[in-house]
Design a protein around this ligand. Structure first.
Ligand code: AMP
Ligand code: FES
Ligand code: ZN
Ligand code: ZN
Length: 313
């Protein structure tokens, strides 16, 4: 297998592009894909202050690395979710990455800030951990970016993530989500910061290779709550299709963006945003979904505290 560009020995084969690259040309390919995604969707420019959501995994650390290499002004935000040892390891990886490169990392600990970690929250509201986890991450990323004056939030969602989300949205005809699923969401109002996913054309395998080539030490384990998650099942289904028909995953997502999403957007309702009565963050209801969830958790905790202790006879 030879590099498509220079004919040297290739280290990475990309069957969906019918190509292979040597180390320097693979890095060039990866960085070109990121730069092209940023320009194509007008995600941000070199004057903008970017807040990267850094989980400690390969995607978000590679994203932070590539943005800095390309000359963007990017700081990181890590949310310590309190999910067993997994969160400790993840925070450790994010912190060492930032320290070694002299980058600014902001850390927010869920339990310290809001009184409960993801595991305690899930137990209290009797819900799967992922829903409270996802909601809290989206809320905190937006809030911190707004309060600290960042222009855009960038996350490490890759092609596998986006294609799996799309498959889930299509299978359940989630019209509202289909209208909003995009590599970039512009700021809808002062308090809703712009969101960008510059890695959306690159697969998990490609970000892992980029991380390895740059000695990026990332958390390899999956979140302990991940097994059984629908998104993993959809990724597996898409991987099987891709093995038989390379390029399908990329076409599925990119052609959705070009041809189908504009139709969902045209038929969608525009919601008017207002400030949440409790926290002031943007929402379509009286209270935002985050405040509603945490209020429920606090009510349940208060109830448990006032309940008399069980008497055994
Ligand atoms: P996930 O929702 O775990 O698939 O992660 C998608 C993206 O969200 C990652 O690539 C990160 O950019 C961001 N993210 C996930 N977990 C965290 C976290 N604990 N702190 C900050 N950002 C995160
Ligand atoms: Fe859902 Fe981690 S809480 S995968
Ligand atoms: Zn080459
Ligand atoms: Zn709120």
């Amino acid at each position: 297998m030879r590099c498509l560009k220079c004919g040297e020995k290739a280290i990475m084969e990309l069957s969906r592009h019918n190509s292979a690259f040597c180390q320097p040309h693979y890095v060039e390919y990866f960085e070109n894909q990121v730069e092209r995604a940023i320009r194509r969707h007008q995600m941000f420019d070199r004057d903008d202050r970017i807040l990267v959501g850094v989980s400690g995994g390969k995607d978000s650390l590679s994203l932070w690395h590539v943005l800095v290499r390309l000359g963007y002004r990017a700081a990181g935000l890590h949310i310590h979710l309190g999910i067993d040892d997994y969160s400790k390891t993840s925070y450790g990886k994010a912190l060492s990455f930032a320290r070694e490169r002299g980058l600014e990392l902001i850390a927010v600990e869920l339990a310290e800030r809001y009184g409960m970690n993801v595991t305690q929250l899930a137990r209290t509201v009797r819900q799967a951990p992922c829903s409270g986890c996802g909601l809290s991450k989206r809320y905190i990323l937006n809030r911190e970016a707004y309060e600290r004056g960042f222009d855009v939030v960038a996350t490490g969602h890759n092609l596998d993530d986006e294609a799996a989300t799309l498959l889930g949205n299509v299978l359940h005809w989630q019209i509202g989500y289909l209208a909003r699923q995009s590599p970039v969401l512009s700021s809808a109002g002062e308090k809703l910061v712009k969101k960008a996913k510059p890695l959306y054309t690159l697969t998990e395998r490609e970000t892992a290779a980029y991380a390895l080539l740059h000695d990026i030490d990332y958390v390899v384990e999956e979140c302990p709550n991940a097994p059984g998650a629908k998104s993993l099942f959809y990724k597996d289904v898409l991987a099987r299709i891709e093995a038989v028909s390379p390029g399908t995953k990329q076409r599925f997502f990119c052609e959705f963006l070009d041809h189908a999403r504009p139709r969902f957007r045209a038929g969608g309702d525009e919601h008017t945003l207002r400030d949440c009565a409790m926290c002031g963050q943007p929402t379509t209801a009286e209270l935002c979904a985050f405040c509603r969830l945490w209020e429920r958790a606090q009510r349940r905790t208060a109830k448990q505290k006032t309940r008399p202790p069980a008497v055994s006879v």
